[in-house]
Design a protein around this ligand. Structure first.
Ligand code: HGY
Ligand code: MN
Ligand code: MN
Length: 399
């Protein structure tokens, strides 16, 4: 490895997948940028003497020692949301490589197999389902469902996966059985560590969350010649969904509802759309709150659709229950690091998926902006170093 620190590694990939139109980075599974990052990871991990392989679901594994069982696994993801920041995902990967390098330099000899993993399509930005690689590996997502997921250009995951050499994707009990414990280091995506004035914390829990697709069908028509009374404009029910989502979430403490993606078809300034699709992300403390928010939005859309002569459907695309990270593991890591704080988060992670199957923990690294999924996401140099240090001590403690 030419650069020995996480910072150096982040710098090496700072130009990969820059999005000149949106700002930030767009790195989506199996696109050119994400493939470049995979190649870069293979090179860097091999440079540390790790054995690198790709599993049947496109997740990358770099092993120090013989693969599993009872392995200590750390890592994160390299894909991003559209126009995302530099740290969400990559920070966990570069910190894992830097931690391994530091352990090697100190003469540390692991008593358990150790691996760095890079999970595929964590953000679900291309095929719609977050944590696709870990959900497929664990069997939480069926092959049949994955097969038919489509990207924005209509390409199916099954075809894209096979083109990428994945001819047998699906549950991978052997890979899962090798994981004794999983620790994901991640940039914090809120302000918890800023408020606590500390660079590192451990993850306590993840909110319930899910994604829903709202489709409204109306009548495409001419923006200049169609009288208002004659319109069946699907954008109106879609707009009512945006407002209802905010209203419903605001009525339930700790809840969030977001419509961050709206696609009118055909999408012309002087064209009344024939169809609008909108994607809603809802997160809350309880399943009841989550379901109530979705039901309220669906009712508002149905009312607005009836008033406008449109038809609407609301379909659940994915759902994840609340995660509480293993309290014993979390306590052990927090104590090792000097009683660092435990933080809840509203963000989903592969660690959240794996927590249903193996003992799992997260380390969060302070983000001075408190912003994530946007170019302003950040982590200062000292906090990044503190994160690597915390990961080194965690891996030593668990070995
Ligand atoms: O959307 C999420 O919560 C995550 O950052 N993948
Ligand atoms: Mn993210
Ligand atoms: Mn992430």
């Amino acid at each position: 490895m030419t650069a020995g620190s996480a910072l150096g590694l982040l710098r090496e990939i700072e130009d990969v997948g820059r999005d000149r139109h949106r700002g930030g980075y767009s790195r989506h599974v199996f696109d050119d940028a994400e493939r470049d990052l995979r190649d870069w990871f293979v090179e860097r991990a091999s440079g540390l003497g790790l054995d690198v392989s790709t599993d049947r679901n496109g997740n990358l594994w770099a092993w120090w020692g013989e693969p599993g069982p009872d392995a200590i696994v750390t890592g994160s993801h390299l894909d991003s949301v559209p126009g995302g920041g530099a740290h969400d995902g990559p920070l966990g990967v570069v910190s894992a490589l830097a931690a391994i390098e530091r352990l090697q330099q100190s003469g540390f000899a692991p008593t358990r197999p150790l691996a760095v993993v890079v999970f595929a399509e964590e953000e679900g930005s291309r095929f719609g389902i977050a944590c696709l690689g870990s959900r497929l590996l664990t069997g939480a997502l069926s092959v049949e469902r994955a097969e038919t997921l489509q990207d924005a250009s209509g390409r199916r995951f099954g075809d894209v996966a096979r083109d990428a050499g994945l001819h047998d994707f699906g549950a991978d009990p052997e890979a899962l059985a090798r994981i004794g414990v999983f620790v994901e280091l991640h940039v914090e995506q809120g302000k918890g560590l800023i408020d606590l004035d500390t660079p590192v914390g451990v993850g306590a829990s993840i909110l319930e969350h899910g994604r829903w697709r709202i489709d409204v069908r109306g009548q495409g028509n001419h923006a200049g010649t169609t009288a208002l009374v004659d319109r069946r404009d699907p954008m109106l029910p879609a707009a009512s969904a945006v407002l209802a989502a905010r209203r419903a979430a605001a009525a339930r403490s700790g809840s969030r509802a977001t419509i961050g993606r709206v696609e009118p078809v055909p999408g012309g300034t002087n064209v009344i759309a024939s169809r609008v699709s909108a994607w809603m992300d809802v997160r809350a403390d309880s399943e009841q709150d989550t379901r109530e928010i979705v039901a309220e939005v669906a009712a508002a859309v149905a009312d607005a659709a009836a008033a406008e002569g449109c038809e609407a459907t609301v379909i659940e695309e994915s759902y994840s229950g609340e995660v509480r990270f293993d309290p014993a593991l979390r306590g052990r890591i927090a104590a090792t690091l000097g009683d660092v704080p435990a933080l809840p988060t509203g963000a989903g992670h592969d660690a959240g998926v794996l927590a249903g199957y193996v003992p799992t923990a997260m380390l969060f690294v302070r983000n001075p902006s408190g912003v994530s999924h946007a170019p302003e996401e950040g982590a200062d140099d000292a906090a990044i170093e503190a994160g690597v240090d915390a990961l080194v001590r965690t891996l030593e403690e668990l070995s």
